[in-house]
Design a protein around this ligand. Sequence first.
Ligand code: FES
Length: 105
Amino acid sequence: MMPNWVVIAKVDDCPPGSSLERVAGDRIVALFNVDGEFHALDGVCPHQGGPLGKGSLVGCIVTCPWHGWQFDVRSGKHQTSQSLVHPGFAVKVEDGTVLIDLGDN
Ligand code: FES
């Protein structure tokens, strides 16, 4: 699969400890800043489609604003069902911008 890096935010848009939601291509992306390190997950909660990018981030755990499902944003792992891994995107930072690899999507 060819990498397909797209800019989704400026570094300054998402300070440490915060999250945001962006649309990239036809995907909704949740971006998280954990102590200066960025992570990106599919922004649509696998429970009932809640906006993970609008969830609260504490440490590396995001809580879905709709019904409280919790995921480790570094791995996508659900906090109580370890077999449930929510998909994410590779992330890199260049020249003050945050890019994700959308792949073939
Ligand atoms: S939609 Fe995310 S916990 Fe229900």
